[in-house]
Design a protein around this ligand. Sequence first.
Ligand SMILES: *Cc1c(COP(=O)(O)O)cnc(C)c1O
Length: 392
Amino acid sequence: MSIQSFHPPVRTLMGPGPSDVNPRILEAMGRPTIGHLDPVFVTMMEEMKELLRYAFQTDNKLTMPVSAPGSAGMEMCFVNLVEPGDKVIVCQNGVFGGRMKENVERSGGTAVMVEDTWGVAVDPAKVEEALKANPDAKILAFVHAETSTGAISDAKTLAELAHQHDCLVIADTVTSLAGVPLMVDDWQLDAVYSGTQKCLSCVPGLSPVTFNQRAVDVITSRKTTVQSWFLDLNLVLGYWGGGVKRAYHHTAPINTLYGLHEALVILQEEGIENSWARHQKNHDALRTGLEAMGLSFVVPEGQRLPQLNAVSIPDGVDEAAVRGALLSEYNLEIGAGLGAMAGKIWRIGLMGFASNPTNVLFCLGALDAVLSGMKAPITSGVAVEAARAVYR
Ligand SMILES: *Cc1c(COP(=O)(O)O)cnc(C)c1O
């Protein structure tokens, strides 16, 4: 065998996640591994919960990272809150709503789907109709920031409707956390999950979650046992549940948690409002440049996520060849379309650490050069200057 150490290339990550990881986070992850029950580690865990409460804008006691990626946070919400026979209203306007449906059904529940066109926000009027037609529904589930299309939905209004009809709310905030305003307490989102590799700019592999008292009460009064041993909150809490006494549940991903701790310290230093404003500013510049080039946005104005820019592919352009050239010649990754949007759009992420003016100008310049080289129908040579004007 002559296989040697793996040395990945240095890329600029401007896709739907993972996003560029702040070097401070990678440095934090290289610090010495200590035991997951070490008192020093336990102190770090308590700080982490505090920092996560700030990120989520909540006072929820039950706030912690699940030791697995965003999909596990999703699953934790559903398996703990849904019991066999429960009815759940699921909003779908992209890929991730479809996964929520899967989770409801695998938990033994029935999913009532509220469908919206991919690329637009969830329509509250349709949700209200579904809530009225299903007075026995227990939960309303929706995706705040649909990464597959770049559309944001009005989480506050959806949660209000759910509570008017005595439903709990499960909200997917994987892409929204730290990128756009997300107010877990003000909006009364009951069960919320997120991810680390999007606007927190941490490595993938952890899923911050938060549950309010209403959700905890439902979980602790379940009639049936949660069928997932690993994700059963009643068991996980023996480890994460505060106090000095910690019981072994699983070995926490210690060094990855150092990374998340550092990511959250960075967020605290910047200030969450400043983080939201930075994402918006860089989106404005990128959008101005892309539109000057002649590319158009898929999502209607007012429903666009600043951290995920979905643009239509110009006529006659081989979209995979463009992404390939960006990757091989510029070390720049942008995202392809997912699901129903495959082959129709590019998804340009401006998430977390990657949301900065240098990346915006670099991406516009690279895209301009690659598209011009392919004789694509764009206006060449104007995008970078148009974006620079936004920053001036
Ligand atoms: C990325 C993403 C997920 C899944 O997160 P993983 O870390 O890939 O498991 C779930 N929901 C949304 C909206 C996402 O963007």
